[in-house]
Design a protein around this ligand. Sequence first.
Ligand SMILES: *[C@@H]1O[C@H](CO)[C@@H](O)[C@H](O)[C@H]1NC(C)=O
Ligand SMILES: *[C@@H]1O[C@H](CO)[C@@H](O)[C@H](O)[C@H]1NC(C)=O
Ligand SMILES: *[C@@H]1O[C@H](CO)[C@@H](O)[C@H](O)[C@H]1NC(C)=O
Ligand SMILES: *[C@@H]1O[C@H](CO)[C@@H](O)[C@H](O)[C@H]1NC(C)=O
Ligand SMILES: *[C@@H]1O[C@H](CO)[C@@H](O)[C@H](O)[C@H]1NC(C)=O
Ligand SMILES: *[C@@H]1O[C@H](CO)[C@@H](O)[C@H](O)[C@H]1NC(C)=O
Ligand SMILES: *[C@@H]1O[C@H](CO)[C@@H](O)[C@H](O)[C@H]1NC(C)=O
Ligand SMILES: *[C@@H]1O[C@H](CO)[C@@H](O)[C@H](O)[C@H]1NC(C)=O
Length: 837
Amino acid sequence: MGKTTIGLVLLALILLSCFCFQFGTALDSITPSNSIKDPEVILSKNGVFRLGFFNFSDSTDRYVGISYNQIPVQTVVWVANRNQPLKDSSGIVKISDDGNLVVLNGQDEILWSSNVTNLASNTSALLLDSGNLVLKNNEDDNGASIWESFQHPSNAYTATMKISTDLRTGQKVQLSSWKSPSDPSDGNFSFGLEPVNIPELIIWNNNQPYIRSGPWNGQIFIGMLNMNSVYLNGFSLVTDDQKESFYLTYALANKSTLLYYELNPLGNLVERYWDEGKGDWGNNWLENDCDVYGKCGAFGSCDSMKPKICSCLRGFEPKNREEWNRENWTSGCVRTTLLGCQKVNNGSEVGKEDGFLKLEMMKVPAFAEWSSPFEETCEEQCLRNCSCVAYAYDVGIGCMLWRENLIDIQKFPSRGVDLYIRVASSELDKKEKSKVIVIVTVVVGIIIITISTFFLWSWMAKHRGRKQKVGEMLLFNKGKAVGNFSSDNMVGENLFEVKLQQLPLFNFEELASATNNFHLTKKLGQGGFGPVYRGTLQDGKEIAVKRLSRASGQGLEEFMNEVVVISKLQHRNLVRLLGCCVEREEKMLVYEYMPNKSLDAFIFDQVQRQFLNWEKRFNIIEGISRGLLYLHRDSRLRIIHRDLKASNILLDQDLNSKISDFGMARIFGGNENHANTKRVMGTYGYMSPEYAMQGQFSEKSDVFSFGVLLLEIVSGRKNTSFYDNQHSFSLLGYAWKLWKEDNIFGLVEMGVSDPSYDEKQILRCIHVGFLCVQESAKDRPIMSRVVSMLNSEIVDLPTPTQPAFIGGQINEDAESFPNNEDRFSLNDVTVTDVVGR
Ligand SMILES: *[C@@H]1O[C@H](CO)[C@@H](O)[C@H](O)[C@H]1NC(C)=O
Ligand SMILES: *[C@@H]1O[C@H](CO)[C@@H](O)[C@H](O)[C@H]1NC(C)=O
Ligand SMILES: *[C@@H]1O[C@H](CO)[C@@H](O)[C@H](O)[C@H]1NC(C)=O
Ligand SMILES: *[C@@H]1O[C@H](CO)[C@@H](O)[C@H](O)[C@H]1NC(C)=O
Ligand SMILES: *[C@@H]1O[C@H](CO)[C@@H](O)[C@H](O)[C@H]1NC(C)=O
Ligand SMILES: *[C@@H]1O[C@H](CO)[C@@H](O)[C@H](O)[C@H]1NC(C)=O
Ligand SMILES: *[C@@H]1O[C@H](CO)[C@@H](O)[C@H](O)[C@H]1NC(C)=O
Ligand SMILES: *[C@@H]1O[C@H](CO)[C@@H](O)[C@H](O)[C@H]1NC(C)=O
């Protein structure tokens, strides 16, 4: 009897202690009153990461670090005391008297400290679900962080972490490798962003470049062959206005994916993803042998597909043939013939002008200089200066030039860019001779082709007729266009034809059968220049087909523009173009199908809007802001969308937002900041005042539209068709009235029943919305700031002043257009010709 009681008491005690222990581990922070002792841990809110003590293999060395918590394999992404292990299990992690987070051993010696000076003493360290450990001041209500593990990374690059370089302060956030997989102390390699000239990623080996990614072109690093898969994770490179601070970050499309990048002890950057089936990590190496910096020396080119990976560029020979034959390639190659311009400089006779050899599918050499956004000028600019030895062009970057030596060139099996190497004219002549043989072959070929073409010609006469028609239309457009980015037209036709050829082509029959002959029941809606149909290809793939209406002569320009703009873009918040069809009088674009249609069908619909809780709405807002940031900032050729509105935001099956309809987008040159147009096209309610009134547009006019969209998403009401009970107001006016009356939550549509309702975040969104719709363009933030503000990275928001278009309803403002204008509205798009300003 007594024994049973004791047993029960013991059992109860054990249960209680288990409960206590679990309660203890459930904490996500270390505070002055709550420290952890080996082997205790803290968990992030949703248990994704844990902070605690661990050891490698059978060693008694103990470390404090952050690991993935929900998988059976120990995976450490950050280590605090990496250079000073604990020698036994008496370690402790706590907030010290001076407010720093410290790791102590059993003798109370500090092995590691967050090492911030001038701290308030009441601080706590919070572990977030992103894996970031953040030290905060408890008495500071807005919770700015004092120290973050994300700013002092170990060897792992996890989602949302920022690899950064600030040229002003010289501060860098870089990864640094471990000595070995079981020794986290400082290794030889580091990985960071090198923003000199054109930003690129570099892995350093004891401060010598070891592997380089090639320049960032707004979408990818053009020297990383395996970047495709990486890109799907939404990498973005963000710079400030002065191009002085840069960071690279990525977000995972599916937040439950476990994926990160590790700089391993051998200096390779490895993409690691959790393979549930295998129960272990899968690894993707992002580099090959040829990626080792300068493997083939100056003017040598590396091709990993060849048995001897290094060869000299044409017109060059090994500097030291004996070394070269021993496969020691480091001394590189030298010119066989002096350049014409070098001879002139050296006082010998005037030679013929130099020329360029074209090398296709190349990784561009190191130390590119940026020269201009226009492809036509690359060659001339290089030729002008004898120190220029090569040039290349990438549409997202512009012209790149190289001086002196060409180092780290690689031949890719696919992709890559065309690299033009400067050589003496005599080298080109050599090439000419070998060409003679080629020419003979080609001539024979041409004769055969001509004959076959002649026979085909009669057979395909009908088809040829059609082609001519397209040609005529293009020609017609050329009348008002000047083929250059600063002109008033949106993009040049040459570019259009080039892009068209690069796109996958669908034939008319295929699309007709996919859409049941463009049946009315398949119609999804009306896009910028024609109806959009839903279709299913033979392989079951769902598509959306936008068909340029045959009736209106209008829209061809928008069609071409869309092809040119969107074929360059790839981002998970932009709708994807799969291909096109130009046949008979038909012009059609084929997109990925978005099952949830457009945003306006959700937020302005009494029934559908119930499916959008605050979390989803915020996700949509974030998506749009990222898509727009990508358009504005992430490539040297910036793109202004010009017609951002709810019906141009499409939603995929998970309600992720994707920007669509680039019919009016404008590509900006590198230094251009704003432009004027005589033809104002846009949608009332979304157009900024300077654009609607004066035809002036810039990034900031997109920001305005974004602001309107943001307020519409929060309020669930349209800006244009908005009426207050007594007064006719625009949504902006109404919102401003509520803001002034301190009643801004009256604007919010969602019910209190929404569990994701987050008052602070909603307020922040509305605040940002107001900043975006300020009357004066200079008072509106740029998109990168908007994104930071939405993410609460910028804590103190400026106070908004009265937004634009407050006075009354939108139509009244329309009255203030100049009188001698020609305005008409088509499919909800307003076209205005501002004349004689
Ligand atoms: C840590 O060390 C113990 C023995 O000291 C060992 O059993 C354990 O496997 C080690 N942990 C890891 C992850 O190797
Ligand atoms: C803290 O920083 C100071 C200088 O900033 C440095 O000398 C010291 O070694 C650092 N201490 C630790 C424990 O990192
Ligand atoms: C630290 O700040 C928290 C929150 O303001 C407060 O509850 C706590 O009493 C403070 N602790 C000390 C030691 O001042
Ligand atoms: C790091 O570099 C040093 C000197 O260059 C070398 O001795 C050492 O083996 C390298 N360590 C690793 C892990 O490669
Ligand atoms: C996200 O990933 C999880 C786990 O890999 C998977 O079960 C889920 O279906 C994914 N969600 C989407 C939308 O792909
Ligand atoms: C390759 O050649 C360079 C320059 O002559 C020399 O410094 C280096 O030691 C050589 N490397 C090997 C592995 O022989
Ligand atoms: C310039 O000419 C001199 C002889 O006239 C020659 O020795 C020298 O190598 C030349 N310079 C270059 C850079 O080739
Ligand atoms: C050629 O370029 C170099 C390096 O930028 C510069 O120093 C030199 O003045 C240029 N020469 C000419 C003739 O423009």
